[in-house]
Design a protein around this ligand. Structure first.
Ligand code: B12
Length: 220
């Protein structure tokens, strides 16, 4: 049976409802809008069609002075909680290959890796998320104990106060033979440093698909 195409207009209405509720500091309306959104379709579609656009809209409202930091933080927290819940709900079974996800050192934008976890789940991968600001030694320790099949790093803002080449070389060393990919709004800017360190850059969903299909451990 063919999957029903997502209703773009309904997604747009849901995004507006979320943004309006957060802008008015109306917590019950925000909760209600999220409940509606979460039931609107597959997790990835809800994330990409409602949650991410609502975050971006709130950021835009903040940047243009339409709303303040409080409204933006309220929306971010609520959306973050919803994204976490979605990720938890869609995890494939215990025998699925595992993708370890983290933000690079200094990076606080962690919502994007929840989106990546949802994309990975759709491709049959489980995800473990280390979250924001994960320096290379922390990643290395996690790899040592968890032995994931692959690693995904996210960089939204530019790498701060450190030479990107040196930083990605340390991530490369931390990953060792585990395949790793870097995505996010600033990833392209560091392509050279990432590839020199043995990593891949992934911008679109297809890049992630291709990376995961190569990284998938072969059945013994
Ligand atoms: C929410 C938000 C925040 C929240 C983050 C909350 C959280 N816990 O995540 C808070 C309030 C903390 C925040 C802080 C800051 N923010 Co901010 N923030 C945003 C906002 C509004 C939304 C970001 C977001 O979540 N987008 C939704 C996600 C899903 O979209 P995405 O990034 O495209 O992710 C997808 C892909 O990139 C890809 N992907 C991402 N990672 C990976 C990894 C892999 C492996 C793969 C394959 C793919 C992949 O898949 C994802 C899912 O589809 C943006 C505005 C915008 N236009 O994006 C600004 C924005 C990103 N922030 C910005 C800035 C400047 C900051 C601050 C520096 C502000 C300040 N002066 O303090 C700090 C950052 C401090 C730091 N060093 O990190 C700028 C960045 C500009 C730049 N390029 O440098 C933006 C663009 C706003 C702007 N227009 O100026 N922010």
């Amino acid at each position: 049976m063919k999957a029903r195409a997502p209703d773009r207009e309904a997604f747009t209405r849901a995004t507006h409802a979320l943004v309006a509720a957060a802008t008015a500091f109306d917590v019950p309306a925000l909760e209600a809008a999220l409940q509606v959104a979460l039931l609107m379709g597959p997790a990835v579609e809800v994330f990409e069609g409602v949650l991410a656009p609502a975050l971006v809209a709130m950021g835009h409202q903040w940047a243009t002075g339409i709303s303040g930091v409080g409204e933006e933080h309220l929306a971010t927290q609520a959306i973050f909680t919803a994204a976490r819940e979605l990720v938890r709900l869609v995890q494939p079974g215990p025998h699925s290959p595992r993708l370890l996800l983290a933000c690079v050192d200094g990076e606080t934008h962690e919502v994007p890796i929840y989106g990546v976890a949802l994309h990975a789940a759709r491709r049959g991968w489980s995800a473990t998320l280390l979250g924001a600001r994960t320096p290379p030694p922390a990643l290395e320790a996690a790899l040592h104990h968890m032995a994931p099949a692959a690693v995904g790093l996210s960089v939204t803002v530019s790498v701060q106060d450190v030479d990107p080449e040196a930083l990605f070389a340390r991530y490369g060393a931390a990953c060792g033979r585990t395949p790793w990919i870097v995505g996010g709004a600033s990833a392209e800017r560091y392509r050279e440093a990432i590839e020199a360190a043995g990593g891949r850059v992934g911008l679109a969903g297809e890049d992630l698909s291709e990376f995961l299909s190569r990284a998938r451990p072969r059945a013994r």
